[in-house]
Write a protein that binds this ligand. Structure first.
Ligand code: MBD
Ligand code: FE
Length: 291
């Protein structure tokens, strides 16, 4: 493959991911039967008034010009056209929503879901290999541990959903040309809550830079990087579901994740696998009882 065709492929994939993320989100809200995303009038009045006032305060305090106002208007239009509201919100706002939502929890820390989750990934046994291509690029990783309750009881049969990007930073179902469930799976823990997941170690990840979010990043002189990460949802009957991500020590972007989603508790400690190529990482998840 020449450099040009590689770049064209990368650009095409990135342009698709915004539209797909918007469509995916709409589908999941529809599946929730309108139970999710409905807020009562008094709360909308309170919050929307506060948002509008904050924006007006910024304009007055910072003496925002018509050029700046029009640049903002053009950019907001483009965010919608590029389908990048899920990306924008999940990168720059979701971390605070997650902080509020998990304040009361005593078990493992979680973090943001991000725009690229798909429910119902193929079910695998407790020690299954993630769906991947023949010759999937990357370094093999065995990710293993146990799911427990806050009182220490192992949660046999717990469900672990895991998804991550490939070595080039693409998520299946958001970039074309990847098998439907590539690097996405659902593991059912054994009767002791144990799991042993076989996958590839993810690479550092750049959010799509071709659309409105990329335009903002370059206009502001920011960077587009997230540290390499694995995404999870862990659940068991009678317990609160945890949405999490795990990270790797030494990644250059652990301290300046564009999505502000890294926490010290979410750091893995991988070691070389003595029996095979690649790494092993151990991590246990502790779930709170359902409220
Ligand atoms: C990602 O892969 C991601 O995890 C987040 C939070 C935002 C954009 C892309
Ligand atoms: Fe991600």
């Amino acid at each position: 493959m020449t450099d040009t065709s590689f770049h064209a492929e990368v650009t095409a994939k990135a342009a698709d991911s915004g539209a797909n993320a918007s469509a995916q989100f709409r589908e999941r809200m529809a599946d929730a039967g309108g139970r999710s995303g409905v807020v009562d009038t008094a709360r909308v009045d309170f919050l929307a008034s506060k948002v509008v006032k904050s924006l007006n305060d910024i304009v007055l305090e910072e003496k925002v010009s018509y050029d700046e106002y029009n640049a903002l208007k053009a950019w907001l239009i483009k965010v919608g056209e590029d389908g990048e509201w899920p990306l924008f919100l999940d990168v720059w706002l979701e971390h605070s929503v997650e902080e509020v939502a998990s304040e009361h929890r005593e078990g493992s820390k979680g973090t943001i879901e991000g725009p690229y989750y798909i429910p119902n990934a193929p079910e695998l046994p407790w020690n299954g290999t993630i769906p991947m291509r023949d010759g999937e690029p990357g370094t093999p990783l065995v990710f293993q541990g146990q799911v427990r309750a806050v009182d220490g009881r192992p949660l046999g049969g717990a469900r672990l959903e895991m998804w991550h990007a490939d070595d080039l930073g693409f998520y299946s179902q958001f970039a074309p040309g990847l098998p439907e469930w590539n690097l996405r799976g659902t593991w059912i823990a054994d009767d002791q809550g144990r799991f042993e997941i076989h996958t590839m170690r993810p690479a550092p990840y750049q959010i799509p830079t071709e659309g409105a979010c990329g335009q903002l990043i370059s206009a502001a002189g920011w960077h587009a990087w997230r540290p390499a990460h694995l995404h999870f949802k862990i659940s068991a009957p009678g317990h609160e579901l945890i949405t999490a991500q795990l990270y790797f020590p030494g990644d250059p972007h652990n301290d300046d994740d564009i999505a502000s989603a890294v926490k010290p508790e979410l750091m893995l400690d991988p070691r070389e696998n003595p029996d095979a190529d690649g790494f092993i990482a151990d991590y246990d998840f502790v779930l709170d009882p359902e409220k």
